[in-house]
Write a new protein. Sequence first.
Length: 202
Amino acid sequence: MNPRDNERNIDENYIKDILEKLPPRLRERFLDGEFGFDDSDVFLPEWLMPSDEMPIPENIAAVFSFCDPAITEKERATDSTCESGIVSLCLDYDGILHESESLHGMWSYKQLKEKCKSVHDRYKNMKEHFFGVEDVAFQKALGSDLEELGVNVDYLRPDGDKVRRAISVTDVLESGKVRINSLALRKQLLDFPGEKLKDLVD
């Protein structure tokens, strides 16, 4: 069933604001239900170019860091650890987003907090630094604990599922305004949504 046949069960703005704005091949797939290419084509390789050089601090307008622990996904969590990702992006004054670092691994809660604090401290002297966690369940509790450690947390309300959030930013990547520098993030983007690991993409 394509989205136009299911409009009463989806967000009223989903088709107009997201699906109709996708690049042609993605629009065919997600709006018209024409599956003529595989999952890896959600993000195309030519969109994921590295930075020619990273901007120096004086040329960075803001840094955005995001943490995503997969605490609720059974295959990615144990009793004492869960797979987590932290991605930081630098926005330069030309409007280009440069991935500055991507961290991921199976970490205990203590290790996760330490890594978040370390990332926060690395960028805290930049002109603007935003550290985002989702405003839901476990992540909200994580944000509260990070605030006690001196991290200025921005709580983000997730909009829909991982695939919906991913396809909503394809136009930004296709426009050439994003630079992806780590092989780990590049691999997860190219494998999305079929690959099990999605923490960095999310």
